[in-house]
Write a protein that binds this ligand. Structure first.
Ligand code: ZN
Length: 99
């Protein structure tokens, strides 16, 4: 990984304060996953130079979502035991001598 994030010469205008421009920055991204706070340092983001509004990079967020949820988007390839009925509360139990 030797590539660096290129800052585009054309600044993106901030749509919150209008007068500011979004500048590419690397911030620490915070997100919650299953009740745990996840922090990702050096996360690509855009910060307004006037009002300080932060916009995280969409591609980076989608990548992070994939990273945090490795099962998402993958075809289920789990090997299942052929017959293993699990007793479930509230439903009829499978008989041990059948199924
Ligand atoms: Zn702004």
């Amino acid at each position: 990984m030797t590539e660096e994030i290129e800052v585009q010469p054309e600044a993106v205008p901030c749509y919150q304060c209008i007068s500011g421009h979004m500048q590419a920055r690397l911030l620490t991204y915070f997100t919650w996953l299953n009740g745990e706070l996840i922090t990702v340092p050096n996360f690509p983001a855009w910060v307004c130079d006037v009002c300080g509004r932060r916009e995280y990079d969409e591609k980076a967020i989608s990548w992070l979502t994939m990273f945090l949820n490795p099962n998402a988007g993958k075809p289920t390839q789990r090997k299942r035991a052929a017959h293993r009925p699990r007793p479930q509360a509230g439903s009829h139990r499978p008989r041990p001598d059948q199924t």
